[in-house]
Design a protein around this ligand. Structure first.
Ligand code: GSF
Length: 202
């Protein structure tokens, strides 16, 4: 299978971490959907990465669909619990973490527009999603070792990718000072090879 994506996207990183944690072999095709010669729309009509091309040429998107597929395709190192209630809680963590990334990405894109076209209100709206999202993550994590239950799950992968993306794109947000438990969690997750290998670059 082949993963198409960029080295900056937190959604691509989430999939790369899942592939690494589950020890699944794959080919990586570097493609930024913002470049003029991108081929991403040939595989995903939404023009977004990640896209996972299966061996029969089926294109999977988005990252949540891909991660769930990968967790089920290989039985080792399960990242999603079997019971409905627990699995749904993991997916809620993932939705929260992805939402924080989306808001941070929106701010990044807005700031790239000409200064006179940027909307301060829009940026504040996105920032408030990030701040509330981090508060929520911190409250839910508490003093627990992992985001959901007693094991490492997709909730931890998604949260780690979100915190890493904030460190990369929005270093002015001092979540690690305001939320020592998130800082502790991030330090721990950054000890995993899958996270070290996928630090955002660009
Ligand atoms: C989000 C993918 C996304 O926004 C997912 O896969 O989970 N819900 C989707 N990807 C961005 C890159 S990045 O910000 O991670 C993307 O491909 N943007 C290109 C565009 O045209 O929006």
């Amino acid at each position: 299978m082949k993963l198409i994506g960029s080295l900056t996207s937190p959604f691509v990183r989430k999939v790369r971490v899942v592939l690494s944690e589950k020890k699944i072999e794959y080919e990586f095709g570097l493609d930024s959907p913002w470049s003029g010669d991108t081929q991403v729309p040939d595989f995903n009509p939404l023009g977004k990465v990640p896209v996972l091309l299966l061996d029969d040429d089926t294109a999977l998107f988005d990252s949540r669909v891909i991660c769930e597929y990968l967790d089920n395709v290989a039985p080792n190192n399960k990242l999603m619990p079997a019971t409905n209630r627990e699995r749904t809680e993991v997916k809620r963590w993932e939705a929260l973490a992805d939402g924080v990334c989306e808001a941070a990405g929106n701010i990044f894109l807005e700031r790239k527009r000409p200064a006179e076209q940027q909307s301060a209100d829009w940026i504040v709206r996105q920032e408030s999603k990030i701040i509330r999202g981090l508060d929520y993550m911190s409250d839910e994590l508490g003093e627990n070792a992992w985001c959901m239950g007693t094991h490492f799950t997709l909730a931890d992968i998604a949260s780690g990718c979100a915190l890493g993306y904030l460190a990369f794109r929005s270093p002015e947000i001092d979540w690690n000072v305001k939320h020592p438990n998130l800082s502790r969690f991030y330090d721990k997750i950054m000890q995993r090879a899958a996270f070290v290998e996928t630090i955002p670059q660009g």
